[in-house]
Design a protein around this ligand. Structure first.
Ligand code: NAD
Length: 503
């Protein structure tokens, strides 16, 4: 771990490792230089320093990885093995992630600027638990026999789809990779993972851990690089049967286009959000609701797809609620992400910081700024924004309707249940929603009325490996996590056997 931190203070020009972490592509069971020898700088957004030179892959590397993946798939060592073997390898991989968790947490924090506290207690253990869950599940799912009468035997069996592309974002790099790769691998597919260009390091480390866990060559490949260079060719390659994508709605739509221009590969999308948190006057503990509302938008610098960035507060409690919210917000003062007492870390990049600041500038015209609104700690060379709250934005204003993906909250008063349902649903997104009430009937009515993939009642954004996660409308299709994730990465085969005379 100290090696990793030392590598940043003394970056090696052109270095292809950070500490002992490989920064080349991982294809067919080994680390290799990209075909066209491209590299890009990997930057720590909390310091602005280069931490590594990472392989910048392109369409030629995608083609190599697809060939290796297909060879592995056709050989059947993984795709047609006894699933007990897949279980052992994936559970071993979960163990290895846990053993390497300190190193992975430091890598994740250096790469993204997120708090080390969160990397080490949430991101890395979360990724391990996802590999463990899907590993454990792979030899426990059973196929179906259909009651079709004595003259035939009809079975429905699951088969892996083939070669799966996994294209993931930078906000939870290892966790998002696990959400795609674990179910796809457990179902018997070969996988090509493309991490975001802002955060490739833990994906590369995952490749070496997968090899150590005993995953056969070619089954798992990692191609770092830029979206148009690697993500585009993955979307367009006719040797890829399915893509699991997490990222923006804009790029998600491009993947639908890639599929239509190539082989109609199936595209599963987890995209943007603008989730609502709704606080009714009968909430039991106003302070707990205020703390949760702050966490719902400021956790991980607000770089969370399901962040509850629209907070609807009933007008009768707004006067009491707002001071509690402002107090809770003080816990999110940004600072060095490696320090345990920092409340938020750094934003992912200069570019994204500018984008969030431009939304804040717009917000100053559209609503009343009641907290934050500044870039701070400029002397660190890092990208830090204070937790920001706007009051009274019109529901259809820019800051209350577009995904900002930063620590920016819009507080909007409401008067009636019908009104808040209608405003909350008037969004192109539908990822999550949170409802605070003690009235059971109201909780159930709201859960049924809100257009979102997950509803948390008296909690915000509750995510669990055993329950599905995903959205409706332009937040995406399909679901990550839970046993339902297997559906995305397997095909159903019907076999109908006409029987001879039965006794
Ligand atoms: P992004 O869409 O810019 O990038 C996501 C991935 O797509 C990256 O790997 C990127 O390199 C790749 N990509 C970029 N341009 C591409 C192109 N032209 N062709 C093919 N691939 C391309 O998103 P981001 O900025 O990395 O992440 C933020 C977004 O992700 C937010 O909108 C957020 O809501 C969303 N997100 C959604 C979920 C979810 O589960 N719904 C989870 C996390 C993040």
């Amino acid at each position: 771990m100290t090696d990793l931190i030392r590598s940043e203070s003394q970056p090696q020009p052109g270095a292809e490792t950070i500490g002992n972490i490989e920064c080349r592509a991982f294809i067919d069971g080994r680390f290799v230089a990209p075909v066209n020898d491209g590299r890009f700088d990997c930057i720590n957004p909390a310091t602005g320093k280069i931490i590594a030179k990472v392989a910048s892959c392109d369409a030629d590397d995608v083609d190599l990885a697809v060939r290796a993946s297909r060879r592995a798939f056709d050989a059947g060592h993984w795709s047609r093995c006894d699933p007990e073997f897949r279980r052992r390898v994936l559970v071993r991989l979960a163990d290895l992630i846990e053993q390497a968790s300190d190193e992975l947490a430091v890598l994740e924090t250096m790469d993204t600027g997120k708090l080390i506290r969160d990397s080490s207690t949430l991101d890395i253990p979360g990724a391990a638990s996802v590999f463990r869950f899907f590993g454990e599940a792979c030899d426990k799912l059973v196929d179906e026999t259909v009651p079709v009468g004595p003259g035939a035997l009809a079975t429905i069996t699951r088969e892996p789809v083939g070669v799966v592309g996994a294209v993931v974002p930078w906000n939870f790099p290892l966790k998002m990779a696990s959400w795609k790769c674990a179910p796809a691998l457990a179902a018997g597919n070969s996988v090509i993972l493309k991490p975001a260009e802002q955060s490739p390091l833990t994906a590369l480390r995952l490749a070496s851990l997968a090899a150590e866990a005993g995953m056969p060559e070619g089954v798992f490949n990692v191609l770092p690089g830029f979206g148009p260079d690697v993500g585009g060719p993955i979307g367009l390659h006719s040797g890829i049967d399915c893509v699991g994508f997490t990222g923006s709605t804009e790029i998600g739509k491009r993947f639908l286009g890639y599929a239509s221009q190539s082989n109609m590969k199936r595209i599963w999308l987890e995209c943007g959000g603008k989730s609502a948190c709704i606080v009714f006057p009968d909430v039991r503990d106003l302070e707990a609701a205020a703390k949760a509302a702050a966490a719902g938008v400021f956790f991980n610098q607000g770089e969370v797809c399901s962040a509850t960035s629209r907070l609807f507060v009933h007008k009768n409690i707004l006067k009491d609620f707002l001071p509690l919210l402002l107090q809770a917000t003080q816990a999110y003062e940004p600072g060095d992400p490696m320090h345990s007492d920092s409340g938020m870390g750094a934003m992912i990049s200069e570019e994204h910081t500018e984008r969030v600041l431009s939304y804040i500038a717009k917000g100053r015209q559209e609503a009343e700024l009641v907290a934050g609104g500044n870039r701070i700690l400029l002397d660190t060379g890092g990208c830090f924004i204070t937790p920001t709250i706007f009051l009274g934005a019109a529901p259809d204003s820019v800051i209350a309707s577009e995904e900002i993906f930063g620590p920016v909250l819009c507080v909007i008063p409401f008067e009636s249940e019908a009104e808040v349902v209608s405003i909350a649903n008037a969004s192109i997104y539908g990822l999550g929603a949170s409802v605070w009430t003690q009235d059971l009937d109201r909780a159930i009515r709201m859960s049924r009325a809100l257009h979102a993939g997950s509803i948390s009642v008296n909690a915000v954004d509750h995510v669990d490996v055993r329950t599905p996660f995903g959205g409706v409308k332009q937040s995406g299709n399909g679901r990550d996590l839970s046993l339902h994730a297997f559906d995305k990465y397997s095909d159903l085969k019907t076999t109908w056997i006409a029987l001879g005379k039965t006794a």
